[in-house]
Design a protein around this ligand. Structure first.
Ligand SMILES: [Zn+2]
Length: 53
């Protein structure tokens, strides 16, 4: 990613971009829930569903 693309991304959705980058740096993986189809972040590689509430 070049600098211009980065700036464009930050301008479009800065909060989301920084959250994703932070999660990535912490070792989280983005996964899609097998039950409801929602995306969620987890540290558990084998996890198939979003956190139950
Ligand atoms: Zn779910």
């Amino acid at each position: 990613m070049n600098k211009l693309e980065l700036i464009k991304k930050l301008r479009n959705n800065p909060e989301r971009f920084w959250k994703v980058k932070l999660f990535d740096e912490l070792g989280f993986r983005r996964k899609q829930c097998k039950n409801c189809g929602k995306f969620f972040w987890t540290l558990d590689e084998g996890r198939k569903t979003c956190p139950a509430k």
